[in-house]
Design a protein around this ligand. Structure first.
Ligand SMILES: *Cc1c(COP(=O)(O)O)cnc(C)c1O
Length: 245
């Protein structure tokens, strides 16, 4: 059913894993003529327990991502004393928007107006605006979710005029099993759309792309935020991952 948070023994390896990931980010950024500070590390903690998050936070990581609300709720409660920035990166269904609007600082993966409207309506008045990335899918991959370029343009314009949301950029997620050239081509296409939107005057600053298996290609293509789970925390127990309904 739900991915069970794993043993905090994971924490033992975290300093070395974090150093290795940061070094790979820096190398990829420099190879692309970019400053390593231009890439934010979002640690994807789904499938790992609060102790692992706490350990990574102590090492200086601020941004954490969760995909399953049933798992995230208790974890956010346990870590409420820490100043962490929580990103919701899971599939967004209409019946889950309230928890996301109430508890998270960012949401990646908005791909329909109805979801954005609900998030805007449900974002607490006293909270800062909810940061939003629109998920795009520009290739006919079997990945779930994602707006076409044309849909994304319409959605971005609509979101920009909704209250209590702060439109930040684009997000994409590639299927597994692509080679480096295929990854690069897909990331370049998303970067191309992002650049076009900027030229047209959109106020965007975030290109959320790259996971453990493809973040170097994403950084080469211009990613400003990489979402990394496995390379930091080790393998999750997959196959349990019914997206909590
Ligand atoms: C799980 C997940 C990640 C992290 O995946 P890893 O391969 O473990 O790095 C990134 N983004 C999204 C949307 C995810 O669901």
């Amino acid at each position: 059913m739900l991915i069970g948070p794993q043993n905090s023994a994971v924490a033992d390896n975290l300093p070395a894993r974090l150093r290795a990931v940061r070094a790979r980010i820096a190398t990829a950024a420099r190879a692309a003529g970019r400053n390593e500070d231009s890439v934010t590390l979002l640690a994807v903690s789904k499938g790992h327990d609060a102790a692992a998050v706490r350990a990574l936070a102590q090492l200086g990581v601020e941004h954490f991502g969760e995909s399953y609300l049933q798992e995230a709720g208790p974890k956010l409660d346990a870590l409420a004393g820490l100043e962490l920035c929580w990103h919701y990166i899971g599939r967004l269904q209409a019946n889950k928007t309230r928890a996301v609007a109430e508890r998270f600082a960012w949401v990646h993966g908005v791909d329909r107006l109805r979801i954005a409207e609900r998030l805007a309506a449900q974002r607490p008045l006293l909270a800062p605006p909810l940061n939003v990335c629109v998920q795009v899918k520009l290739a006919p991959d079997a990945t779930k979710g994602g707006a076409s370029a044309a849909e994304a343009r319409v959605l971005l314009a609509a979101i920009a005029s909704l209250p209590r949301l702060s439109l930040r950029g684009l997000m994409c997620m590639l299927p597994e099993g692509l080679n480096a050239a295929q990854q690069r081509a897909r990331f370049d296409a998303v970067r191309g759309l992002y650049a076009e939107l900027l030229r047209e005057g959109a106020a965007l600053d975030t290109l959320s792309m790259g996971m453990s298996g493809d973040f170097e290609a994403a950084i080469a293509a211009g990613s400003t935020l990489v979402r990394i789970g496995t390379a930091l925390f080790g393998a999750r127990t997959e196959a349990l991952g019914v997206n909590d309904a």
